[in-house]
Design a binder for this molecule. Structure first.
Ligand code: PRP
Ligand code: ZN
Length: 298
C-alpha cells in the first residue's frame, strides 16, 4: 500500500560531484531547508518541497517507484537506466538541463601501460558502474571485452588486478590522475539534469513541479545576467545594440524634452567590462549603468 504524500520530494546526490551545486540551485530557487538528525532528509521550511539525499545511482529507481517526484542527476545515470531497465517499464524523463556538473564517461587505462587505443581492449576486462552504456559502445565499436560491474571505487580496480581498464565519469580528471590512470576515449558527454518521475501527479503536486521548474529556470537565467542602462542619440541605437551581448531586444524609451535622444535598457549575459562601456561611450552613449540581476521569472 502506498501512503499518500502531499509534499513534493526531490532526490539529490548525497555526496559527490553534483551534491553541493544541486542544493545551492534549490536554495537559489527560493527553497529553505531544515536537516533531519541523520542529515539524509531536508525538510522544506517555506514550501511543501522536501529533499532526500541519496546515492546518485539510486535516483532513477526512486523516481520509477514514485518515492520521489523529481531528482537532480547526471544525464549519464538516466541514460544507463534506460539501457538496463526491464522492457515495458517507464523510465524517468528529463525535464530541464541544469548547465552544471559537466562530465564525460570515458575509458581509462593505467599510465605507462600497454594499452594505447580502444581496439586493444578486445578480450580484456573493463570495470564500470555503467554496464549498459559501456556494452552499447563496445558493440557499436566491435570490441569484445568482459564487463566487470562495480558499484563504486571503480578507479582502483586496475590496481587490485580486477580489471585491465575502467569506464568511469571524468570531470576535472583529478580522480584518474590520483590513481595513475589516463583517458583513452570519451563515450558519452553529460551534465546535471532535473528528472521527473514517470508516474502521473495530482494537480497540487503538478503545480508545485511547474512552479519549481519556473523558479529553477529563473535562477539559471539570472546567473551572470546584467541589466545595462544608458542614454544615447537615437541614431546610435543600431550600433550600440550590435556591441551588446544582449539576450533579447532592448527596451527603448523616449526622454522628456529630448526628442533626438533615447534611454536604453538591455538585459545582457556575460561580461560587461570597462572596455565594453568605453566602446559604447565612443558611440555617444552616456550615463551608463550596469546592474546585477537578482531574480528573473519568464
Ligand atoms: C565521479 C567518478 C569519479 C569522479 C570524477 O563520481 O566516479 O569518482 O566523479 O571526477 P573528477 O574527474 O573531477 O575527479 P560521482 O560524483 O558521480 O559519484 P559516484 O561515482 O560516487 O556515484
Ligand atoms: Zn554514482
Amino acid at each position: 500500500m502506498t501512503i499518500a504524500r502531499d509534499r513534493l520530494r526531490v532526490a539529490v546526490q548525497k555526496s559527490g560531484r553534483l551534491a553541493e551545486t544541486s542544493l545551492s540551485l534549490l536554495r537559489r530557487a527560493g527553497l529553505s531547508f531544515r536537516a533531519s538528525r541523520d542529515r539524509l532528509f531536508l525538510y522544506g521550511e517555506n514550501l511543501p518541497i522536501d529533499v532526500l539525499l541519496v546515492r546518485d545511482d539510486d535516483i532513477p529507481g526512486l523516481l520509477m517507484e514514485g518515492s520521489c517526484e523529481l531528482g537532480i542527476v547526471g544525464r549519464n545515470v538516466l541514460a544507463e537506466q534506460r539501457l538496463t531497465a526491464l522492457p515495458g517499464t517507464d523510465a524517468p524523463a528529463e525535464r530541464l538541463a541544469l548547465g552544471f556538473g559537466g562530465c564525460r564517461l570515458s575509458l581509462a587505462v593505467t599510465d605507462g601501460g600497454p594499452i594505447t587505443v580502444p581496439a586493444q581492449l578486445d578480450g580484456l576486462r573493463i570495470a564500470t558502474s555503467y554496464p549498459g552504456l559501456l556494452a552499447d559502445w563496445l558493440a557499436v565499436n566491435g570490441i569484445r571485452a568482459e564487463i566487470v560491474v562495480l558499484s563504486g571505487s571503480v578507479e582502483i580496480a586496475p590496481r587490485l588486478g580486477k580489471a585491465d581498464a575502467i569506464c568511469d565519469l571524468v570531470s576535472s580528471g583529478a580522480t584518474l590522475a590520483a590513481n595513475q590512470l589516463h583517458e583513452l576515449v570519451a563515450i558519452l558527454h553529460s551534465e546535471a539534469v532535473l528528472a521527473a518521475s514517470p508516474h502521473p501527479l495530482g494537480s497540487a503536486k503538478a503545480e508545485q513541479v511547474e512552479r519549481l521548474c519556473a523558479r529553477i529556470e529563473g535562477a539559471q537565467s539570472s546567473d551572470g545576467a546584467r541589466l545595462l542602462m544608458l542614454q544615447a542619440p537615437r541614431t546610435a541605437l543600431a550600433a550600440i545594440t550590435r556591441l551588446l551581448p544582449v539576450r533579447e531586444s532592448p527596451s527603448v524609451l523616449s526622454l522628456d524634452g529630448l526628442p533626438d535622444d533615447i534611454a536604453v535598457q538591455a538585459l545582457c549575459s556575460g561580461a560587461l567590462d570597462w572596455q565594453h562601456l568605453e566602446d559604447l561611450k565612443r558611440l555617444g552613449a552616456r550615463g551608463l549603468m550596469v546592474l546585477n540581476v537578482e531574480r528573473m521569472l519568464a
